[in-house]
Design a protein around this ligand. Structure first.
Ligand code: KG4
Length: 323
């Protein structure tokens, strides 16, 4: 252990994942995530249940992160936590715990913006990875941040200088995946199920509505409604319509969401003349989006960066590296 090293304990609790990570400078030593299964039966996150689950999880999750990192809490130099945006009750658990721990250990507390952390997830360094610069975009880069709660295009000039270029005016892309999955009777969160089923379907089978919005902003509420109406109308003629067409419905929906996301993103990348592009957030796990994003980069001579799946979902490692 080098005395000059900074050891950070980071805590993330903005939605339904309780996570703690330990970093030595930018190097990740542990990243523990406790996902909350309790919401599955309701088809979406129930805020009160999320807060209660965070309360139960936070102590064992922090203990486990310290154990896996092989350090004692007295070696920590900094505590970091997510200050928002997110569910108020969920955030409160993480922030209160982090404040109490920082105070009891006499350490500084760094509060981190959750979205900024998603965008900086590429900079998490792992001990077994050698050439970090090959997976880290250089500045400025354009980030497409897509999650259950956000869809944003962000120009990143430095770790602390980010400009919001466009964002959803209603629902997020992840919300569109999850709500459309719900009306097809798929479990929550539906994004991964749609991704899996889409692989066997025809993306051109159904034509779904795409928004016509000026500038770089997104909208997904119209798509959700058009999907719901399609199912309602078709089920009147054939009650087994969804079961018989599930793969085609998933493929068409996924293709439409990817098209909407990529159209605005490509326009922004061209207009701002940015050659470094990165994906962030839980929806960047989507195989259709990943391949379209990489293909766009290849075709236009850009460099694309997509963090490891574990770092695209809500996690404390990204909070630590942002701190
Ligand atoms: O960033 P994240 O973990 O947290 C929230 O913002 O809540 O993102 C979760 C979102 C959910 O909407 C989930 O359905 C979506 O990411 N997601 C996916 C896939 N994996 C996760 N959406 C589409 N395809 C996937 N493979």
């Amino acid at each position: 252990m080098n005395e000059k090293d900074t050891y950070i304990l980071a805590i993330e609790s903005s939605c339904d994942d309780t996570s703690a990570a330990v970093l030595r400078n930018k190097t990740l030593l542990s990243n523990v995530v406790a996902s909350q299964k309790v919401h599955e039966q309701y088809g979406g996150v129930v805020p009160e249940l999320a807060s209660r689950a965070h309360q139960q999880n936070i102590v064992p999750v922090v203990h486990e992160a310290l154990r896996q990192a092989g350090i004692n809490k007295n070696r920590l130099n900094v505590i970091a936590c997510t200050r928002g945006p997110g569910l108020m009750g969920s955030l409160l658990v993480g922030v209160s715990f982090a404040k109490g721990l920082a105070q009891s250990l006499g350490l500084p507390l760094i509060d981190v913006n959750h979205l900024q952390a998603h965008v900086l997830a590429n900079f998490i360094e792992e001990e077994n990875v050698e050439n970090h610069s090959s997976i880290q975009p250089s500045f400025p880069y354009l980030s497409l941040l897509v999650s259950g709660g956000n869809s944003q295009i962000i120009k990143v000039d430095s770790p602390s200088e980010m400009t919001l270029i466009g964002q959803t005016i209603d629902d997020a892309a992840g919300e569109a995946f999850d709500k459309c999955a719900k009306v097809m009777g798929l479990p929550y969160p539906g994004g991964p199920y749609i991704d899996k089923l889409a692989k066997e379907g025809n993306p051109q089978a159904f034509k779904l509505s795409k928004p016509n919005i000026a500038g770089y902003n997104y909208s997904f509420s119209g798509l959700k409604t058009s999907f719901l109406y399609l199912l309602r109308d078709k089920q009147k003629e054939n009650p087994d319509f969804v079961e018989e067409n599930k793969a085609d419905l998933c493929a068409s929906l996924q293709q439409t969401i990817v098209d909407i996301l990529m159209n605005k993103f490509q326009k922004a990348a061209n207009d701002f003349g940015i050659t470094e592009i990165a994906l962030a957030g839980g929806v960047s796990a989507n195989s259709g989006l990943r391949s379209t994003f990489a293909a766009f980069a290849k075709k236009t001579g850009r460099n694309s960066y997509i963090p490891k799946l574990a770092f695209t979902m809500d996690n404390a490692a990204m909070i630590g590296v942002a701190a």
